[in-house]
Design a protein around this ligand. Structure first.
Ligand SMILES: [Zn+2]
Length: 468
């Protein structure tokens, strides 16, 4: 069995200043090594000052992911030596000496599967290393400390994912969520970064780092499943190690044996006092929270009678659930949900495609109304939607140019049925014996009317004729 866990680093890009100093949190597009001060580069004698807003934003993320928030939090020094870390320690959070991080024991449901959140912690981002070319081949590494000290929230999940696809769905939901609660713009370069750890069967856990995008983490996990499986098939054991995603070659490569927790020698950060989080702070933060995905799903099922499966898919996707909210009325909600999840989502499933989509809530609402009021069959509805996607035209225009209106005048349907009956004598006598084959005849009528005949009336007339 494949087990995948994630560590996601989410920058709090909506903040003005860094986590422990007054340098800008938005380090992007600034001249190299200009957005720094003695605190964020850790000069001797400098003292960190905790950004209160960062604690609130991290608490918001914790609440959104169903985590518990402790009544006090502390900070720790995580010691390691690396060029992106000028202090040689990172100020982060850790569960020890009676302290916990800002959030713990959460859970979130993704397409009916529960993903447990182990821990959410607030920490500072290190500087940025820039390799010239592939990290495996380059001799030159540049370092820019503008990012050092940027507020970062680390979200650690339990190893509850079974497939790379579940990981992608989760990450899309998470990106929507942090955007929705106003803590981060997940689409800024480097704002949301993911490390994965993956094990197969009884094999050791392998960590994948350095993955630049959501699409790449899915690819990297697929690559690892294949690599680990082929080792296991040959009875070769899997090393516990950290592997880097080599974007140029689209493979993971071994980088170093994985540090154990004790290698980091966590020490309480004595320069930052323990922070108390009052109950009423949590209560007032809770009030800022938009509706959760689970609550949204339940509303879809209860208020509109949307089937659970459809509600699951729709509520997990912010773009499409926003479209649903704008397009539906109490009357057409079920049909709107149906059109979005069965036809539209399959067409535009990536952020790029969604942004290019010419279909607006009005398009979908018009379409659903026409189907409900028998002006259009579901079949013709699909054709109309394809035309909307292609041209952005509204339904009225499409119906007249493509001649899609539903035929529900019984005598013209009967005319077509008579034609079909004379062409399909064998099928007609078969249907008289075995009513299960009647759909074949309905299909013929639909083909002749290009899917426009009202299916209920068609079926009714065919049944009556078969009896006579
Ligand atoms: Zn600074």
């Amino acid at each position: 069995m494949t087990k995948i866990g994630l560590e996601i680093h989410c920058q709090l890009t909506k903040l003005e200043s860094k986590l422990f100093c007054n340098c800008k949190a938005d380090y992007r597009n600034l001249p190299t090594n200009q957005n720094i001060c003695p605190v964020c580069v850790g000069l001797p004698g400098s003292l960190p000052m905790l950004n209160k807003k960062a604690v609130e934003k991290a608490a918001l993320i914790s609440l959104a992911l169903g985590c518990k928030i402790p009544s006090k939090i502390g900070f720790f020094r995580k010691n390691y030596f690396y060029p992106d870390l000028p202090k040689n320690f990172q100020i982060t959070q850790y569960n020890a000496y009676g302290d916990t991080s800002i959030g713990y024991d959460g859970k979130i449901e993704i397409e009916g599967k529960e993903i447990r959140i182990r821990r959410i912690q607030l920490e500072e981002d290190p500087g940025r290393l820039v390799y010239e070319g592939s990290s495996q081949q380059t001799m030159i590494t540049l370092v820019d400390y503008n990012r050092a000290g940027t507020p970062l929230v680390e979200i650690v999940t339990e190893p509850d994912f079974e497939t790379p696809k579940q990981v992608r769905v989760f990450l899309n939901v998470l990106a929507d969520l942090v955007e929705n609660i106003g803590v981060s713009d997940p689409y800024l370069e480097g704002a949301l970064r993911v490390d994965g750890n993956i094990s197969i069967g009884d094999g050791n856990r392998v960590e994948i780092k350095n993955v630049g995008s959501f699409r790449d983490i899915e690819k990297a996990l697929h690559f690892e499943i294949t690599r680990q499986q082929s080792l296991l098939d040959r009875n070769i054991s899997i090393h516990a190690e950290t592997r880097h995603w080599d974007d140029a070659r689209k493979i993971t490569v071994s980088s170093r044996s994985k540090e154990e927790e004790q290698d980091y020698r966590y020490l309480p950060e004595a320069d930052i006092p323990i922070v108390l989080i009052e109950n009423n702070t949590v209560t007032s933060l809770s009030k800022q929270m938009p509706e959760s995905i689970v609550a949204k799903k339940e509303r879809y099922v209860k208020k509109y009678g949307i089937p659970l499966q459809v509600a699951n898919v729709l509520s997990s996707d912010k773009f499409y659930s926003d479209m649903f909210e704008k397009a539906h009325t109490q009357n057409n909600a079920k049909e709107v949900a149906n059109i979005i999840t069965t036809d539209l989502m399959g067409f535009a499933d990536t952020r790029e495609k969604k942004l290019e989509l010419k279909v607006t809530p009005k398009h979908i609402s018009d379409l659903a109304d026409a189907i409900i009021n028998n002006k259009l069959t579901r079949n013709s509805g699909k054709t109309a939607l394809q035309e909307m996607i292609k041209t952005g035209k509204y339904l009225k225009e499409i119906m007249s140019t493509l001649d899609l209106g539903q035929v529900n005048d019984a005598s013209s349907i009967e005319q077509v049925i008579l034609e079909v009956f004379s062409e399909e004598e064998k099928a007609v006598s078969e249907a008289k014996q075995n009513p299960d084959t009647i759909n074949y005849l309905v299909g013929k009528v639909m083909r002749k009317t290009k899917g426009k005949a009202d299916p209920t009336i068609t079926l009714e007339i065919i049944r009556r004729k078969l009896l006579s």
